[in-house]
Design a protein around this ligand. Structure first.
Ligand code: SF4
Length: 702
């Protein structure tokens, strides 16, 4: 009875980009329990296990509760007070900058902190501290979708709303397993009353594939050819929306010519799919009243991800499946605030999706922020991989890592860890002192987590949702926002951020920066309205607010067929598929796929790994899925120990013998620390996103 709540409030969940509303039950200002919010337009009373356990992981023993500092390389991390930590932070980074130039210090941020903190960090690092380079872990998940949308639509603009899951009569999931990755979105699919066709393109027989009406179990990395074959069939049969193509797109003739050779007969062998399967999928998409195409990491994390995403976009455009209920070329984001990072991190794009390269944009941002425009760099940051390479080349000597765990999650892990060790000074700002990256740090700054601070997240359907403080952070941990303010103070630039005394003040600046732009949010009447409305999707301009008074709960983009290139037309973009960089061979006969393994764990398990309940839903020992035929050949049975070997490293795991993978392919979840010891460092050339899902391995019994 002592735990009985005296108040409830709603906040957006802090794990995935679904952005569910959670009702928090509070007693004496501290949340004592939670339930899914029934009135929130996203999740309609549902939550996945991670959301249900969101409070539990705040109480873990390995929370960082005070700053930790290493006296020198090889010395242990010792507790210090904030004053010492901040003075050291400033003196070490400034010393590096004096010796090696301002650009020798960089930052790596995240899709896990609110927009306001991202904006503060990006502005502080680049305009206050003189850094040029900083990138987010969103490079690992969304960079491809961003690049694809920007080139095709003229702006990074996912067009959909979650209602589309329910209104479509043909849903196509490419490299996407929402049953596991986005379970509440999948629940929305299950509510669809149209008896929809569900087409899944995936080399694995995933949980979603098992529920599909058509599973195209293609060979890995044949997705681009398969999408071209489907396009070829649709064009050849005249199943296109000619009026829409003429009025709203550029490049159709080139597209039609490009896909001509990709006949189902040609693509069948390479993809492992039958001609009939390819034709049937094309027919289902073309004949649907409202077809929607969805993609996630199977597409984005690929060395040809951008063009694959654009092949999906092309399909939606040529069939006129955009801007109407139940349609769209829809990238589902991963992290709770991946889209916030895309818009507000000040890394690839200048704050609010402005361009560093444009003097006009720099002047606009400088005048809104009240700073000298000379402080804004005239070029974008290096991408994540280039920052890592910069460490190798002695160009980057100091690194500030915020709420991400590259020593676990970055591709080719051993190399990444070695490089982090080479830095003159590594600062990690995190909720936990135990992450693989934090244990390598010279300085750990203890940060508050979800539930212990406020701000906004943007979910996959462009909805700004509110995050609230319902717990006190443990020990001396501070909200990232407070840490950035303190750094600004100690660095000697507090006046630059004087206005930003609370997250909502940054939100107001974000509104000003967005005015008149595709992501306009000037119509939002502050945090108060976000709270009352169950979040608000962008764009929501002052004019929208005047005309409609209250935001409709669900809105999609491009209903008027106007895209965001200057001529208002979308681009149809194609390119020849490239060969797999490291195909299986005699010595490494299997192709390693990686991805989410469970609904109950999140990324590197930094938070979810702390929950006993979630742990019970997931095997504690790393495993590799292997096909029964291959297991027999190697002489192993289910549960046997095996060593998985790639050209980068080898790891001991257990064999899970299962027909969900095809013969010649194996699968390991990314949640285990060991998986990225094997992966090959290679990237999509357009988005610089790592290609996590294709490297050659050998398997030997232990
Ligand atoms: Fe919803 Fe994602 Fe949170 Fe689960 S993790 S409750 S699906 S937002």
């Amino acid at each position: 009875a002592s735990m009985k709540a005296d108040q409830t409030t709603t906040a957006t969940c802090g794990y995935c980009a679904t952005g569910c509303g959670l009702r928090l039950h509070v007693r004496d200002g501290q949340a004592v329990g939670l339930t899914p919010e029934t009135q929130y337009p996203v999740n309609l009373g549902m939550a996945c296990p991670k959301g249900w356990e969101a409070l539990e992981v705040l109480d873990a023993d390995d929370r960082a509760t005070s700053p930790l500092l290493r006296a020198g390389k090889g010395q242990p991390q010792e507790r210090v007070d904030w004053d010492t930590a901040l003075k050291t932070f400033v003196s070490r980074f400034k010393a590096i900058q004096e010796q090696h130039g301002d650009h020798s210090v960089a930052f790596l941020s995240t899709g896990q902190i609110p927009c306001e903190e991202m904006a503060y960090l990006g502005a502080l690092a680049k305009f206050g501290m003189g850094m040029l380079h900083g990138d987010g872990n969103t490079r690992q998940c969304m960079a491809t979708a961003v690049t694809a949308y920007k080139e095709s639509f003229g702006f990074d603009a996912p067009p959909y709303t979650y209602d589309d899951f329910e209104q479509s009569d043909c849903l196509v999931f490419v490299g996407s397993n929402p049953c596991i990755g986005h379970p509440i979105m999948w629940e929305r699919v299950l509510r669809n009353q149209n008896d929809p066709e569900i087409i899944v393109l995936d080399p694995r027989r995933t949980e979603t594939a098992m529920a599909a009406t058509q599973h195209l179990q293609l060979q890995p990395k044949s997705d681009l050819e398969v999408l071209y074959a489907i396009t070829q069939v649709i064009i050849e049969n005249g199943w296109i929306d000619r009026d829409f193509i003429e009025a709203h797109t550029n490049g159709f003739e080139a597209l039609a010519k490009h896909v001509q050779p990709y006949t189902p007969e040609q693509v069948a062998q390479r993809s492992g799919l039958s001609v009939h399967t390819l034709r049937r999928a094309a027919e289902s998409i073309a004949h649907a009243k409202a077809a929607s195409l969805w993609w996630t990491m199977g597409v984005n994390q690929s060395y040809q991800g951008t063009r694959t995403a654009q092949a999906i976009i092309n399909l939606a455009l040529i069939t006129g499946n955009i801007g109407r209920p139940g349609t769209g070329a829809n990238s589902i984001t991963g992290q709770c605030n991946a889209m916030g990072s895309r818009l507000w991190s000040n890394t690839t794009n200048l704050l609010g999706h402005h361009r560093f390269e444009s003097a006009e944009d720099r002047n606009r941002v400088a005048s809104i922020l009240g700073i000298d425009s000379q402080r804004i760099p005239d070029q974008p940051s290096w991408s994540y991989d280039r920052i890592i390479e910069g460490i190798k080349n002695d160009e980057i000597k100091g690194l500030w890592v915020i709420a991400t765990n590259p020593a676990h999650s970055w591709i080719d892990q051993d190399q990444c860890r070695e490089l982090l060790d080479q830095l003159d000074f590594l600062v990690v700002q995190d909720m936990y002192h135990s992450t693989e990256t934090a244990v390598q740090a010279d300085l750990v700054l203890p940060a508050a987590g979800w539930g212990e601070k406020e701000g906004t997240f943007i979910n996959s359907e462009r909805r700004y949702g509110l995050l609230k403080k319902v717990r006190k952070a443990p020990g001396e941990a501070l909200a990232d926002f407070q840490i950035f303010r303190a750094v600004a103070q100690y660095w000697g630039v507090p006046e630059m951020f004087e206005k930003w005394d609370a997250p909502e003040a940054v939100f107001q600046t974000m509104q000003e920066l967005s005015a008149g732009r595709p992501n306009d949010l000037t119509g939002i009447d502050g945090y108060r309205q976000l709270d009352q409305c169950g979040g608000i999707q962008w764009p929501w301009s002052r004019d929208d607010a005047k005309r409609h008074r209250t935001p409709e709960q669900q809105r999609r983009l491009f209903a008027d067929g106007k895209f965001l290139h200057q001529d208002g037309k979308a681009r149809l973009i194609v390119e020849r598929p490239s060969p797999m960089p490291e195909a299986p061979c005699e010595d490494y006969p299997f192709l390693l796929l990686s991805g989410r393994g469970t609904v109950s764990q999140w990324h590197t398990q930094t938070r979810t790994g702390k929950s006993l309940v979630l742990g019970k839903l997931y095997p504690q020992n790393p495993y590799v899925e292997i096909h029964p035929h291959d297991a027999k050949q190697i002489g192993i049975a289910n549960g046997d120990g095996v060593t998985v070997i790639s050209r980068r490293g080898k790891v001991d795991v257990l064999a899970m013998v299962t027909p969900t993978v095809q013969s010649g392919q194996v699968f390991m979840p990314m949640h285990y620390e060991v998986t990225n010891r094997l992966t090959l460092s290679h990237f999509d050339p357009h988005s610089r996103q790592p290609s996590f899902k294709d490297c050659a391995v050998a398997i030997v019994p232990r």
